[in-house]
Design a protein around this ligand. Structure first.
Ligand SMILES: [Zn+2]
Ligand SMILES: [Zn+2]
Length: 420
């Protein structure tokens, strides 16, 4: 089996990895590059994916973030695509919500109809490959790592993940049960150049929200609509503080996908509404806050889950409360005017008086080290990183680190692989 990272050896977004065996090709992820990425104007041309014979190719999607799935609409309709079921349904809801403002979302919605789904812990085959998906904790719900096996080589492709989320504790057991020994590890290394990144646990962060909502009556939280774990953490924090939990219809639909009976985590109380239903803003000519609803919000206080747009600015101006406490619960890089990711609308909606309450969706280096200890691979190939050299420096004393260039094949069976 050959491993080729077509994109992502030296950048965070838009990773595309290929596993090739006897002419069969299994690709992992096909998403957008992050804003300002140096190679964003170079189109990716890959045999068996964007051109040539596709009859022995398939694409696996680790999770629904745009940098992993965002470009699938550009791929031929006959290329088989596999992803998690909840993941697919969340992207469907998102694409449906966005389709009137972004033409690409209408095409994405269409493409999702022919996507195949898999279940965690249930292996499936494609050509000579056996794929074992295991669920991994990330800021996207229903995110997966894949054990990919062909010939006599086994690789674990981690996808984006972390060890400080609500569901991270299961990882060692899942590895024991479903992964076992692997030869190679293709591993995300997002935070390698951000050693001071705050890897506060989701539990700690939730306690801080609990405390804030108990003290403050009128709360507005800016959050990514698909950050499910944070969303439910805020829901429970609002419930415990006796505040109304208020979302718009689109956000409620996203929550419903997770809570519906039979959904993967629906047995966990974390992803249930209990007796405390979210309140849904109705949108006609504009959001309206009137009568009893307004009185209730005023009496009990509220936690509004907001996104930065004029509709929300409008509703916020109509909500009771002279002073509203604002929180940013997403990456603060969006507020840096010198960054390509700068979001002026978010900066405008937040204003200058807000609290930054967030934790990373990616793991810290100590956790990566623990993962390597557990898996004991023959080599580690970092991807999804903007500083592969720092990764090599950090780990290569203990673990063979293979730094590939985009498009450069790595052949585990070649005798010269570690000879030079
Ligand atoms: Zn991600
Ligand atoms: Zn990513």
């Amino acid at each position: 089996m050959k491993i080729i990272v077509h994109r992502g050896t030296d950048q965070i977004g838009g990773c595309v990895t290929e596993y090739e065996h006897e002419g069969w090709r299994l690709f992992v992820d096909y998403g957008e590059q992050l804003p300002g990425a140096p190679k964003s104007d170079i189109p990716l041309e890959v045999e068996g994916l964007t051109k040539g014979d596709l009859s022995k190719s398939a694409l696996l999607i680790t999770h629904y973030h745009g940098d992993h799935i965002g470009k699938i609409v550009e791929l031929a309709p006959n290329l088989p695509i596999y992803m998690g079921k909840i993941s697919r349904d969340i992207v469907k809801e998102f694409a449906n919500h966005m389709k009137t403002v972004e033409a690409a979302c209408a095409a994405l919605l269409q493409r999702l109809h022919s996507v195949n789904t898999f279940s965690p812990g249930k292996p499936f085959g494609f050509g000579p490959f056996t794929i074992m998906p295991i669920m991994i904790d990330h800021s996207a719900f229903d995110a997966y790592a894949f054990r990919i096996e062909a010939g006599d080589v086994r690789v674990l492709h981690t996808g984006d993940f972390r060890t400080h989320g609500f569901r991270s504790g299961k990882l060692p057991k899942l590895i024991d049960k479903f992964i076992g020994r692997v030869d190679y590890l293709v591993c995300e290394a997002t935070n390698v150049a951000r050693p001071d990144v705050a890897c506060k646990s989701e539990n700690e962060l939730q306690s801080e929200f609990d405390a804030a909502f108990k003290v403050h009556k009128y709360n507005i939280v800016y959050l990514s609509s698909t950050n499910i774990d944070r969303l439910f953490a805020l829901y429970h924090a609002a419930r415990r503080s006796g505040r109304c939990f208020v979302v718009d219809e689109y956000q409620k639909n996203i929550m419903d996908i997770v809570t519906r009976p039979g959904a993967l985590w629906s047995k966990s109380e974390m992803y249930q509404y209990l007796k405390y239903k979210p309140m849904v803003l109705s949108y006609g000519a504009g959001f309206s806050v009137e009568g009893k609803f307004k009185k209730l919000l005023d009496k009990k206080g509220y936690v509004l889950i907001a996104r930065a747009n004029p509709r929300f600015d409008d509703i916020i101006s109509k909500l009771p409360g002279e002073f509203k406490h604002r929180y940013l619960s997403m990456w603060n890089g969006y507020l840096n005017p010198n960054s390509a990711a700068f979001n002026p609308m978010l900066a405008h909606s937040l204003g200058s008086d807000f609290r930054y309450m967030h934790t990373s969706g990616h793991c810290d280096m100590k956790s990566l080290h623990a993962l390597f200890e557990k898996l004991n691979p023959k080599a580690v190939i970092p991807i999804h990183t903007d500083n592969p050299a720092a990764f090599a420096q950090l780990f290569s004393e203990k673990w063979p680190v293979v730094l590939l260039k985009d498009g450069e094949p790595f052949n585990p069976n070649s005798p010269s692989t570690f000879g030079e």
